[in-house]
Ligand binder design. Structure first.
Ligand code: NAG
Ligand code: NAG
Ligand code: NAG
Ligand code: NAG
Ligand code: NAG
Ligand code: NAG
Ligand code: NAG
Ligand code: NAG
Ligand code: NAG
Ligand code: NAG
Ligand code: NAG
Length: 594
C-alpha cells in the first residue's frame, strides 16, 4: 500500500491542476442550522426582495393572481429560539373583505385569522398517530385494527384482484404514504351522481343506472356516510392499483387511519388530536370542525359559497380542519424540533415513502416532497422540502418544511379565484427567494463561527489546518491540512480513492451527532468528504449507471485503530464559540486561533 501511495504522490506532483467539478455532499444540511436571520446580509436582501414581490402581487388583479378577491396570510418560521417568526405578510382582498355589515368573518387578516386547511389536516392526523402510538405498528396490516376490512380479507382479492383491494396487504404506512392503491374518495368529490341527478348524467353520455343499483352511493357529500355505509360502499369499489405500486392520493385512507387509532387507543380521534397536539402546543385558533365564523376570513361574507360550514363527517381526518398561520407555524416548529415525538421518529417521518414519476418529486407520509436544486452546486446540492397542501371551498393551504435549515413557511389563502393554485403560486414567490437565502445565511453563520486557522499546540507537534467557506461550494473546506509535518490534505484523498488525485478536495458536513454537557458546552461531529474534483461532471446521456456522486458509499472508508480519518469533532464552549477540532484517526486536537 505504501508503495502505491508513494507512486500516487509522485504522479500527483507531475499532474497539473485541471477541472474543478462539483462536490458531492451527503444528503441533508451542509452547514449547522442558521439562526442569524436578522443579521445575515443574504437574508435581509431576500426579505426586502420578498416584500417588494408581495407588494406587487397584492396589486395584481390579473386572472392568474386576482389579488382583488383573494386574501392570504404567510408566515416564515424557524425553530431558532430567537427567531421563531422570520417573516410574515397578510393581504385582505378589498372587494371581498367583510365590510358587508350583514356578513361574518374578520375584515382584516392577521396571524390569528382562521382559514380552512383542507388536506393539510392530514399532517395533524398522522402526527396524532405518531404522538399517540409511535410508528412501530406501521408495517402491520390495517385489517388488524379495522374489523370491517378484516372481514373483507376472505380471499376475494386473490380470486379477483381487479375487483377487490387486498386489505390484508395494506399497511398503516401504505395508507399514510398514499400507497394503498384504494380509491381516492367514496361518494365524495369524484362521484358524478353526488354532483348531478341521473337524468343529467345520462345527458352527458353516462349509461342509465337503476336507482336501486347498490353501486350508486346513497351518501357522501350529502348526506354524509356513516361508518357502516362508508365500508359497504368502499368494499364494493375497485382498487386503483395493487398496494405499493405507485403513489395514488387516497382521502379514504385517513378516515380509515382514524378508525384504526380509535380502536388501538379506545378514545375518539378528535379527543386524541386535542390531547396530543392542540393542547400541548397551545393552538388557540385551530379547530377540528365547526370553527367560529367570527375568527375566519370568509370571502364576501358568503359562508355557503366559501364552504366555511361544510363538514366532512367521518372523513374529517382527511381534510376538515381550520387554522391560522401562527398556529401552523407553531405546528411546523414542533415537527422540526421533535416537540411531540422522539427525534428518531421525526427523522423517519421526514423521509420519502416513494418516488414519483417526476424526477424532482416524491411522496412521504403523506408529504409531497420537492427536491429543490440549489443553483450553485451543479445539481449536487439538493434541499428536500416536505410539503402538504390542501383545498376546500374557497380555501387553499400549504405547509413547507425545510429540515436542512430547521425552517419552513405556511401559506393560507381564501378567495374564489383559482384557489387551487394560489398556495403553490405564492410558494414559488416565497421559495425562490427564501431557499437560496437560507443556504447563504447558513454559510455566513458557518464562516463567522468555524472559519480560521486550527493548530495543535503541543510541544513538537506540527499539525494544523485551515477552515474556509466558499459561495460556490457546500460545507466547510479544509485547506493546508498538515499532520505531524505530513501533507495530510493529499494523503487522505489518496487513501480514500486509491489513486493520485489531481484536484484533491476535503469538505466537512454536519452529521447531526452532538453531545451536550450540563455546563452548556458541546462536542459536535462533522463528516469529511475526500474527493478528486478533477473528474468532469458526467454526461447523463452516457452515464446510465455510473455516477460522479457516490459519496454515501465511501464514508468511513479509511480507519486507523478503528477511528475514522474522515470524522472530525468540534469542541464548542458554553458561549457557542469554537474551541478546537479533533481528527479521530490522528488523535490530534487542533485549537482554533483567536
Ligand atoms: C401579474 O401576475 C402575472 C402572473 O404571475 C404576471 O405575468 C404579471 O406580470 C403580473 N403583473 C404585474 C403588473 O406585476
Ligand atoms: C385591483 O383591484 C382592486 C380592487 O378592485 C383595486 O383597488 C386596485 O386598484 C386594482 N389594482 C390595479 C393595479 O388595477
Ligand atoms: C438579532 O436578534 C437577536 C436575538 O433576538 C438579538 O439579540 C440581536 O440584537 C438582533 N440583532 C439585530 C441587528 O437586530
Ligand atoms: C353580505 O353578507 C350576507 C351574509 O353572508 C350575504 O347573504 C350577502 O350576499 C352579502 N352581500 C354582499 C353585497 O356581498
Ligand atoms: C335533474 O336535474 C335537471 C336539471 O337540473 C332537472 O331539470 C330535473 O328536474 C332533475 N330531475 C330529477 C328527477 O330530479
Ligand atoms: C331496478 O332494479 C330492481 C331490483 O332489481 C327491479 O325490481 C326494477 O324493475 C329495476 N328498475 C328498472 C327501471 O330497471
Ligand atoms: C347508517 O345509516 C344507515 C342508513 O343508511 C342506518 O340504517 C344505520 O343504522 C346507520 N348506522 C349507524 C352506525 O348510524
Ligand atoms: C428578487 O428575487 C428574484 C427571485 O430570486 C430575482 O429573480 C430578482 O432578481 C430579485 N430582485 C432583486 C432586485 O434582487
Ligand atoms: C511524529 O512523527 C514522528 C516520526 O516522524 C514520530 O516519532 C512521532 O511519534 C510523531 N508524533 C505524533 C504526535 O504523532
Ligand atoms: C511542518 O510541516 C510542514 C509540512 O511538512 C513543513 O513545511 C514545515 O516546515 C513544518 N514546520 C515545522 C516547524 O517543522
Ligand atoms: C364570494 C364573493 O363575494 N365573491 C365576490 C368577490 O369579489 C368579486 C369581485 O368584486 C365578485 O365578483 C365576487 O362575487
Amino acid at each position: 500500500m505504501w508503495t502505491k501511495i508513494r507512486s500516487s504522490l509522485l504522479a500527483l506532483a507531475a499532474a497539473t491542476l485541471a477541472l474543478a467539478g462539483p462536490n458531492c455532499p451527503p444528503l441533508g444540511p451542509v452547514y449547522e442550522k442558521p439562526n442569524n436571520f436578522n443579521t445575515s446580509s443574504a437574508m435581509k436582501a431576500a426579505l426586502a426582495n420578498l416584500t417588494a414581490a408581495l407588494t406587487a402581487w397584492d396589486q395584481n388583479n390579473s386572472s392568474a393572481v386576482r389579488a382583488d378577491i383573494t386574501s392570504y396570510s404567510i408566515e416564515v418560521f424557524s425553530t431558532s429560539k430567537d427567531h421563531p417568526v422570520i417573516f410574515s405578510w397578510h393581504h385582505t382582498a378589498p372587494s371581498n373583505s367583510s365590510t358587508n355589515s350583514t356578513a361574518v368573518g374578520v375584515s382584516k387578516t392577521d396571524g390569528d385569522t382562521v382559514y380552512r386547511l383542507g388536506s393539510l389536516s392530514k399532517i395533524f392526523t398522522v402526527l396524532t398517530w405518531l404522538a399517540q402510538d409511535g410508528d412501530a405498528k406501521w408495517n402491520d396490516p390495517i385489517t388488524k385494527y379495522v374489523p370491517e376490512l378484516a372481514a373483507a380479507a376472505d380471499g376475494r382479492a386473490k380470486r379477483d384482484p381487479v375487483a377487490n383491494v387486498p386489505w390484508d396487504e395494506v399497511t398503516i404506512a401504505a395508507l399514510a404514504g398514499q400507497l394503498s392503491g384504494a380509491i381516492r374518495d367514496y361518494g365524495l368529490m369524484s362521484e358524478v351522481t353526488q354532483e348531478m341527478n341521473l337524468t343529467e348524467a345520462v345527458s352527458l353520455g353516462f349509461p342509465p343506472l337503476n336507482s336501486s343499483d347498490p353501486m350508486l352511493p346513497k351518501c357522501g357529500e350529502w348526506p354524509q356516510c356513516n361508518r357502516t355505509e362508508f365500508f359497504n360502499g368502499l368494499l364494493r369499489a375497485y382498487p386503483s392499483f395493487a398496494p405499493f405500486t405507485t403513489p395514488a392520493y387516497t382521502n379514504t385512507g385517513f378516515q380509515i387511519l382514524a378508525y384504526a387509532l380509535e380502536s388501538i387507543k379506545g378514545k375518539s380521534f378528535e379527543a386524541m388530536m386535542q390531547e396530543s397536539i392542540l393542547e400541548p402546543l397551545g393552538l388557540k385558533h385551530t379547530y377540528y370542525r365547526n370553527a367560529p365564523a367570527e375568527e375566519g376570513i370568509i370571502p364576501g361574507g358568503n359562508r355557503k359559497a366559501a364552504e366555511w360550514d361544510y363538514q366532512l363527517g367521518d372523513e374529517d381526518p382527511a381534510g376538515n380542519m381550520y387554522s391560522s398561520v401562527s398556529d401552523i407555524s407553531a405546528l411546523g416548529r414542533a415537527i422540526l424540533s421533535s416537540a411531540l415525538v422522539p427525534p428518531v421518529v421525526t427523522r423517519r417521518w421526514l423521509k420519502p415513502a416513494v418516488m414519483s414519476s417526476e424526477l424532482i418529486a416524491g411522496v412521504g407520509y403523506p408529504w409531497g416532497i420537492r427536491r429543490v436544486v440549489v443553483p450553485y452546486a451543479n445539481g449536487k446540492r439538493v434541499v428536500d422540502a416536505f410539503n402538504k397542501a390542501g383545498n376546500i371551498g374557497y380555501y387553499s393551504s400549504l405547509l413547507v418544511l425545510l429540515p436542512d435549515y430547521d425552517a419552513g413557511f405556511v401559506i393560507l389563502a381564501a378567495g374564489e379565484a383559482i384557489p387551487g393554485n394560489n398556495n403553490f403560486n405564492l410558494a414559488d414567490v416565497v421559495g425562490a427567494r427564501l431557499v437560496p437565502a437560507l443556504e447563504a445565511a447558513a454559510r455566513e453563520q458557518a464562516d463567522a463561527k468555524f472559519a480560521g486557522q486550527y493548530i495543535d499546540e503541543d510541544a513538537g507537534a506540527n499539525s494544523s489546518l485551515r477552515l474556509t467557506t466558499q459561495a460556490d461550494r457546500p460545507g466547510l473546506g479544509i485547506e493546508g491540512w498538515v499532520s505531524n509535518g505530513t501533507d495530510m490534505q493529499t494523503i487522505a484523498v489518496v487513501l480514500q480513492g486509491g489513486y493520485a488525485p489531481v484536484n484533491p478536495s476535503i469538505r466537512l458536513y454536519p452529521t447531526g451527532l452532538e453531545t451536550a454537557r450540563p455546563d452548556g458546552s458541546r462536542r459536535v461531529a462533522y463528516k469529511a468528504v475526500f474527493e478528486d474534483l478533477n473528474l468532469p461532471a458526467r454526461d447523463p446521456a452516457t452515464s446510465m449507471f455510473s455516477t460522479d456522486c457516490g459519496t454515501w458509499v465511501s464514508f468511513t472508508g479509511v480507519t486507523y485503530g478503528t477511528q475514522p480519518l474522515d470524522q472530525f469533532v468540534f469542541e464548542i464552549d458554553e458561549t457557542g464559540a469554537v474551541v478546537s477540532i479533533e481528527n479521530l484517526a490522528l488523535r490530534s486536537v487542533m485549537k482554533k486561533r483567536r
